[in-house]
Design a protein around this ligand. Sequence first.
Ligand SMILES: [Zn+2]
Ligand SMILES: [Zn+2]
Ligand SMILES: [Zn+2]
Length: 280
Amino acid sequence: MEFMYLGTGASEGYPALFCQCERCSMAMELGGKNIRARTGALINSDLLLDFSPDMYMNKLRYKLDLGKVNHLIVTHSHTDHFAAAELMMRHEHWYCQLQESGKKLHIYGNETVEETMKSALRYDYGTDTIEDPFYEFHIIQPFMPFTLGEVTVTALPAHHKPDEHSFIYLLEQNNTRFLYGNDSGIFSDETFNYLRDKHLDVVSLDCNYGLEDRYDYHMGISGCRIVRERLLDQNSCDASTSFILTHFSHYSAELHDTLVKNTEEENFIISYDGMKVFLA
Ligand SMILES: [Zn+2]
Ligand SMILES: [Zn+2]
Ligand SMILES: [Zn+2]
């Protein structure tokens, strides 16, 4: 599996869209790994995990061929994860060439995500039942694995947006497992229990609050430590498991190098935009 972090910032981006704070100014000045677009990932070039408002810039900066993407799995409906208005560009009205096999995009998510998609359609087309739809929506249920290309995907309940079924995702390919764990605070018992005795090769965690001791609907480093301890205790990981932190907010999270310095002794890896993880 090839997993690429397209964005590693919180909903407002880092530097934040309208912010003049010192951190945002420093991030602008230093650039590089301090620049964090809204979160999401590309897996094996044909599977997208979330669709952020920065997807067009992602296409440009990473030279992505998004026409290859047939499947999109969505964590929840927050606008940094599901920019439905941008997805309207998948309608044939907006392109002149796309391989026949790629014309339909399959979107997997919860009921609120589906309604968000329909609402964007109604805005653009006056109806949400367009002829020859360019997408097909699949409502997903937690704990029910399904296969997309070479990857088996399982949605697990997140501890995040309580008025909808927010998910994190377990991704499996060739006996390797990648747990994509944002947006979420400390996982619920049912999510931990599902993962019991399943060896995870990579665990990617929500570290929105950076080094702060905080964990509600997101986490800081202390929440990430608690999750790691629990996964170790229940035989879901061991010393070989990589722990990667992501979804950083300018409100709480330090600049990239400071995060690295303060977490490397504990073997946490700080993600950055464009970072790739390979699992054989
Ligand atoms: Zn988010
Ligand atoms: Zn700021
Ligand atoms: Zn969110």
